[in-house]
Design a protein around this ligand. Structure first.
Ligand SMILES: C[S@@+](CC[C@H](N)C(=O)[O-])C[C@H]1O[C@@H](n2cnc3c(N)ncnc32)[C@H](O)[C@@H]1O
Length: 270
């Protein structure tokens, strides 16, 4: 049975509280996500795209594009790319980056939970390091399925924690929530796979790979974490349970706190 509402595709005028928090946070911090941000390195996207058969000039939608690093990589490969985000200021950063790189893309302001596109519009929908902010991953997946062409692909890259690591996941959730209160929740690989299956997508790959977070302080600055919350995160780090300490390889290098996020790459086909 499908979990999706057949009346989907109409755009709500109002944002819910979680969407509003993300819009405010990322608009305030948009200047931190352009050049020099670690998301500028798109090796993870390159590796995933190599496994997807895309004909030249495919129609691609990059949801929650931020400063555009992921979508612009696809544009540089010669595809017809739409960059979408809930924050107009982020879309400005993405448009500036496109101009710098001489790439032609469309930008659209909308949420990940409702898309303003006709059914079967895209060959590829992708979303990288953003879905943990979404108020409804269910609606996001339903909308993705709706706008994909038959045999179109979905690529999701996001933080995640293996299904059996409940304590470590609870610890990471608390850290992320203090660091950036617009964080909503991480979903496990199984939870994402179930959502895909329930909306009619066939999951081809769902794998976790450690990804180094090189400096906790840099993350505080990126999110403009309040002093009070920085102290709370530092206390969580100091008292991390062994499960979290081990899974995230919590440690110190050159007096910087480092750890390894578990990054999920999920590829599904309609
Ligand atoms: C970390 S940035 C994305 C990084 C980008 N995908 C990349 O690969 O460089 C997260 C983005 O998600 C957007 N976002 C958060 N919640 C959203 C929602 N519900 N709908 C659309 N965009 C959202 C934010 O505005 C922000 O630009």
């Amino acid at each position: 049975m499908s979990i999706c509402d057949p009346t989907a595709g109409r755009t709500s005028e109002t944002l819910d509280e979680i969407q509003r928090a993300a819009q405010t946070q990322f608009s305030k911090q948009s200047h931190r996500y352009s050049q020099g941000h670690i998301l500028e390195n798109v090796e993870d996207v390159q590796a995933a795209i190599e496994t997807i058969d895309l004909v030249p000039d495919s129609r691609v939608l990059d949801v929650a594009t931020g400063a555009g690093h992921t979508g612009l990589h696809l544009a540089s490969l010669g595809h017809n790319v739409t960059l979408a985000d809930i924050s107009a200021l982020m879309l400005e950063r993405a448009a500036e980056a496109a101009a710098r790189r001489n790439l032609n893309v469309q930008t659209r302001l909308h949420t990940a939970e409702e898309f303003p596109y006709a059914d079967t519009s895209f060959d590829l929908v992708m979303c990288r390091v953003a879905a943990h902010h979404f108020s409804s991953p269910e609606n996001f997946i339903c909308e993705t399925t709706r706008v994909l062409k038959p045999a179109g692909h979905f690529l999701l890259i996001d933080g995640s924690v293996a299904d059996d690591q409940l304590e470590a996941e609870a610890w990471l959730h608390a850290v992320e929530k203090y660091r950036d209160p617009s964080h909503h929740r991480f979903l496990t690989p199984h939870a994402w796979s179930q959502l895909c299956a329930a909306s009619g997508l066939k999951v081809k790959q769902a794998s976790l790979k450690p990804f180094k977070q090189p400096d906790l302080n840099w993350y505080f600055e990126t999110a403009a974490t309040t002093q009070e919350n920085r102290e709370r995160v530092l206390a969580l780090v100091a008292n991390a349970p062994p499960s979290a300490r081990e899974l995230f390889c919590l440690g110190t290098e050159d007096r910087k706190i480092v750890w390894w996020w578990q990054r999920l790459t999920l590829i599904a086909v309609k």
